[in-house]
Every structure is written in C-alpha cells, then in structure tokens.
Design a protein around this ligand. Structure first.
Ligand code: NAD
Length: 308
C-alpha cells in the first residue's frame, strides 16, 4: 500500500505507517496537483488544504482512507467519498484544550498589557512599570458564545481563575450548563454582563457577522472580545471603528476574515488590516490548534482509525 501525506502532521504518522507501506510527502499540493498524484495512493493524510472535491475523488482509483488531522470535514466532498466507499476519519474535540489555553493566554495578555510592555522594553528600551497597570481575571464575568467542546474547556479554565461563567448556546440542553457551572443566558444578556466575551461557535450563515456594532453597543466599554473561532463571525470594520473610538476595551483574535486569501498558503504573501493600527488589538495567525500535544493526540487517533 501507499500513503500520501500533504500537510504538516505529527511525525509519528509517517513513522508508524512506514512499517506497513510506502509513505510519501508532498506538502500542500493544489487541487490540480493532488488529482494527478492521488491515483497511486491507498491512504491520504491531510489537514484542511486543499479542499477534496469530486475531481480528486474520481481520480483516486486506489484510495481507501482519508485521515483528516483536524476537526471539521466541510472541506471534503463527503457524499462522493461515501459513494466511492472511501472512509474519512477526523479528530473531533482533540484540539479543544489547545484552543482553550490560547484563549486564556490572550485574556491575560490583554488584561496585563504584556504584548505592548514587551515591545516597550525590547524595542524602546524603556523599563516603566507604571505605564502598563492591568487588571486581574479573578471575580470578572466571562461570557462564552458557543458552549461546545472548546467553549466548555474555556469555562473550566475560567473557573480556575475564579471567574463567573455565563454562556449563550441555544442548541444545548439546560443540564450541560448546570454540569459546567455556567449560567445560560440570551446573547444580549451575555454581552451586557460580561467583562470578557469569547466566541467559540462555527461560522455558518447564522453566525456570519453575528458580532457587530450592535453587539459592541450592548457591552461594557472596558470589556474585551476574543474570537478564536472563525474570521467572518466578528465584523472587523465595526470592531476597528469601536477600538478607534474607545468603545471597547480590546480585541484578541486568532482568525481573520481574509486570512487565507491574504496570506495563508501563498509563500511570501503579506497580510494587512486596518486593525493592525490598534494597540488594543492582538492577533495570532490561526495558532489555536498548533500545539505539539494536540498534534500528537490527533496523530494517535488517526493512526488507530486508519489501521483499523
Ligand atoms: P463544537 O461543535 O464542540 O461546539 C460549537 C458550539 O457552538 C456547539 O455547542 C453549538 O451548539 C454552538 N453553536 C452553533 N451555532 C451557534 C449559534 N448560532 N449561536 C450560539 N452557539 C452556536 O465545536 P468546538 O470544537 O468547540 O469548536 C468551535 C469552533 O472553534 C469551530 O467551529 C471552529 O470554527 C473553531 N476552531 C478554531 C480553532 C483555531 O485554531 N482557532 C481550532 C479548532 C476549532
């Protein structure tokens, strides 16, 4: 058998599968390149790029299994895969802790101004502790929009910081909130009461632009917003205007509306946004799931499913 790996996945996958089959790596082929490569392979290991369309699956004469080392499957034509008897495995929930820890780190960074302070010391050579007086998480209200695997883990970590947890998720039964010691609220009440609002819902037609100028107007002026879910849920233009006008305490994001088109896969591509002008905006390049622990856990699961 032959296995093709097309993304940066944990090395244990290649090590393990090399015991049974030929393992080749071709990093991030385009859809056209993959359609040409795929006929030889029995196993495909990937993350989210490129999207697996019907043309690729039609060309995949020998393919038996796709191991997707990430959570979602909406980049794969599942109907065609099913019709062709190609099994597709993913790793739901395996990166929840990685994303949740990054969320908490951003809450701490924004609250204690660690990023501008670090810059002030290293770049401006200043050592001024009075410039960056922050606030603690303890006793504050943490509002979680989308209370699934990641949202619940953020809630657990927030409780360890002695925060009050409130959450909005209309698709969950009441007992989930009780078990998680969180108060279930409408989205408006979460926005009104929270000192930190963190977004952990999928991007859907319903959630696109869900967080906008109207949401910001409901919040406390020193509250902080975090988007660790998907670009497009937060209206970046509205957020920029609110930050500039001092209507909101800060915005931390791991995702942006045009992240793929602007940078992402194209080597050397640069990425700009008006938000970069704002000191109280902090951003990371979709790092949520990027921990060695999460990749190892995901790899273990994918190895066992593919072997089965
Ligand atoms: P999950 O499916 O366990 O939880 C999502 C929750 O959102 C569900 O409980 C669902 O009921 C809720 N929801 C759906 N629509 C909603 C709406 N309109 N309003 C309120 N709640 C709604 O998923 P998860 O594993 O917790 O991941 C959440 C999201 O985080 C994913 O959809 C993905 O976009 C994002 N994510 C980001 C990274 C990253 O690297 N930053 C990594 C993994 C996942």
């Amino acid at each position: 058998m032959k296995c093709l790996i097309i993304d940066a996945v944990h090395s244990s996958i290649a090590e393990e599968f090399s015991k049974y089959m030929q393992v080749d790596t071709h990093m991030l082929p385009t859809q056209e390149e993959l359609a040409k490569l795929i006929p030889d392979y029995d196993v495909l290991i990937m993350r989210v790029d490129p999207a697996i369309n019907k043309e690729i699956l039609d060309a995949a004469k020998n393919l038996k299994v796709i191991g997707v080392c990430s959570v979602g499957l909406n980049h794969i034509d599942m109907d065609t895969a099913k019709a062709k008897g190609i099994q597709v495995f993913n790793a739901p929930g395996m990166n929840a802790n990685a994303v949740a820890e990054l969320t908490i780190s951003k809450m701490l960074d924004l609250s204690r101004h660690t990023i501008p302070a670090n810059y002030d010391v290293k770049v401006n050579k200043n050592w001024d502790k009075y410039k960056f007086v922050g606030r603690e998480l303890r006793g504050k209200t943490l509002g979680i929009l989308g209370f699934g695997r990641i949202g619940q883990r953020v809630g657990e970590l927030g409780r360890a910081f002695k925060m009050n947890i409130v959450a909005y998720d209309p698709y969950l039964p009441a007992h989930v909130f009780e078990e998680q010691q969180a108060t279930s609220m409408s989205i408006d009440d979460v926005l009104k009461t929270s000192d930190y609002v963190t977004i952990h819902m999928p991007l859907t037609p319903e959630t696109k632009n869900l967080f906008n100028a109207k949401s910001i107007a409901e919040m406390k002026p020193d509250a902080v917003v975090l988007n660790m879910a998907r670009g497009g849920i937060v209206n970046e233009k509205d957020m920029y205007e609110a930050l500039k006008a001092g209507k909101i305490g800060g915005y931390a994001s791991d995702v942006m509306e045009n992240e793929l088109a602007a940078g992402g896969l194209t080597e050397g591509a640069t990425f700009d946004s008006p938000l970069f002008e704002c000191d109280n905006f902090i951003v990371t390049p979709h790092l949520g799931a990027q921990s060695t622990d999460a990749s190892r856990d995901i790899a273990e699961l994918i190895i066992s499913k593919v072997k089965e």
